[in-house]
Design a protein around this ligand. Structure first.
Ligand code: GDG
Length: 475
């Protein structure tokens, strides 16, 4: 098998201290566990963007990282990727800012990264680019003469044409996506939205078995849902249940039920509505007072982006209000942490929680939903409350599915989960566990890389001179 070269904005260099929150790393690690190269930004700011990469090796994986300049940090990272693309792709046009200089920085950072990576590439490497920070990467690598197969996977949702069209340069980004050999999405819905955009904005339609054809090149769009190594996580959770941290948590509950939420502190995760819903639970279902504690782990994220600072202030205030209003001298209803905790502890915490709250307003997949299911005790499982707008809801339909825009619906779901009989909890868990074991980190990598390495009749296309218009008429 060819070497896999993963390119992502952030690289989990093993020397980094302490736990970090983020779904991409958790999901992708498996792609190169048998050897490979992981390239991207070190997370540090330096005088220039790109240049010669810093190399590290751990096990049989090589890590290569570069820095970005202060200006690019502001324009590329805080600006175009997290101030424009992130809100747009999470259906929040009201939060989208656009500045041409930031888009230029987005292109130039991708160009600099491509140049830094070039000397490390081998002719038969499979190049796998991840997420919205790096859409132009194939175009830039091709411009440098790279002939390898290059795939792209989008971890976040994709939007319908009426929304994408709000973005100046939307067509240019779509054309750049066509420079890949394969483009993957988390769900069938995201794939449909992408294909609608290609059709209505560029007049391109996929040909079965070949994909989207442009200038004698074929790009195959697919849905390849990401997953976790569910059985390994289940074992980790079982072990963690008797570990010190979990025992401390259980002791602190003194017999109360635990509701858990684990999310990067991000406005896409729907935390304010969740806090409102919890407050209403205590207000309207008084029987839960003193009987339940809600632990929200919300590690701070993208702290230089103004919207994230606003969100943190909002949640800090709401936490104070809820606890001020409902707490007793021996009971704090809402425990709210804004720093990450160790993954092993997390596994144990999920296991002892009666309810897992996953209520994002939009989410590409949401791995916390899958982790929560995998971590449960089969004899006494907890209940997952899941937003219908998380990609995970396409598969995990035995959860209590809610609309996260309706706080009352979340309140009702919490009550239903807290009072659900054991037989129903078990039945739902068994079906959910079977599903999280079916779509795993391994199956995700296999599906995506299988499509990337497929035999494509490129030459035939080139020889017959087929164009986008031809393709459209043929369909
Ligand atoms: C993006 C997409 C998509 C969270 N807090 C802590 C911690 N985490 C871990 C969780 C989970 C991961 O971070 C979060 O993954 P999600 O999938 O829930 O969300 P995003 O970070 O937004 O990920 C998402 C994902 O990419 C993968 O494609 O599913 O839709 O937005 O693994 O456990 N880990 C530790 N301490 C914490 O406090 N150790």
């Amino acid at each position: 098998m060819a070497r896999v070269v993963v390119i992502s904005n952030r690289v989990p260099v093993p020397t980094e201290l302490g736990p970090r929150a983020g779904g991409l790393v958790v999901g992708v690690k498996d792609a190169i566990k048998d050897g490979g190269l992981w390239f991207g930004w070190s997370g540090q700011v330096a005088e220039h963007t790109g240049g010669q990469p810093h190399l590290n090796r751990a096990g049989n994986v090589d890590y290569a990282t570069v820095e970005i300049s202060k200006e690019d940090y502001e324009r590329f990272y805080v600006g175009f990727t997290n101030g424009t693309l992130w809100p747009l792709l999470h259906f929040r046009p009201g939060l989208v800012a656009f500045e041409r200089v930031e888009f230029e920085s987005y292109l130039s950072v991708n160009r600099a990264f491509a140049k830094s990576l070039l000397p490390l590439l081998k002719p038969d490497d499979l190049i796998w680019v991840h997420d919205y920070h790096l859409i132009p990467m194939a175009t830039e690598l091709r411009a440098l003469g790279v002939k390898n197969r290059i795939g792209f996977f989008l971890h976040v949702p994709f939007v319908p044409p009426s929304l994408l069209d709000a973005l100046p340069q939307a067509r240019r980004l779509l054309r750049m996506m066509c420079d890949y050999d394969a483009v993957g999405f988390q769900t069938a819905q995201h794939l449909r939205d992408f294909q609608d955009c290609l059709r209505s904005m560029l007049g391109l339609v996929a040909v079965p078995g070949i994909g989207i054809q442009t200038d004698g090149h074929a790009m195959m769009p697919i849905a390849a849902p990401i997953g976790i190594d569910a059985r390994a996580f289940a074992r980790q959770a079982k072990r963690a249940a008797s570990a010190k941290a979990t025992q401390r948590l259980v002791d602190s509950l003194v017999g109360r039920s635990l509701i858990i939420g684990v999310d990067r502190l991000d406005y896409s995760k729907g935390l304010p509505n969740r806090f409102v819903a919890f407050s209403r639970l205590l207000e309207e279902h008084k029987e839960h007072r003193l009987k339940v504690s809600y632990l929200q782990v919300a590690p701070r994220s993208r702290e230089d982006v103004a919207e994230y600072q606003r969100l943190k202030r909002d949640l800090d205030r709401r936490t104070g209000e809820i606890n001020g209003r409902f707490a007793e001298f021996d009971w704090v209803p809402l425990r709210y942490l804004t720093r990450p905790i160790a993954r092993a502890s997390l596994a144990g915490f999920y296991r002892v929680a009666r309810v897992g709250l996953v209520t994002p307003l939009r989410d590409g997949m949401n791995l916390v939903a899958k982790e929560y299911v995998a971590a449960q005790d089969p004899e006494d499982p907890g209940v997952l409350v899941l937003s219908r707008f998380a990609g995970a809801a396409e598969e995990l339909d035995d959860a209590i599915i809610i609309n996260p825009n309706d706080s009352d619906e979340i309140t009702e779901a919490m009550h239903q989960a807290l009072t659900m009989p054991l037989a129903e909890r078990k039945a739902r868990y068994e079906s959910l566990f079977e599903k999280v074991c079916r779509t795993t980190a391994q199956s995700y990598c296999k599906d995506f890389l299988g499509t990337l390495t497929r035999q494509v009749p490129d030459l035939d296309i080139r020889e017959s001179g087929m164009t986008a218009d031809h393709a459209q008429h043929q369909h």
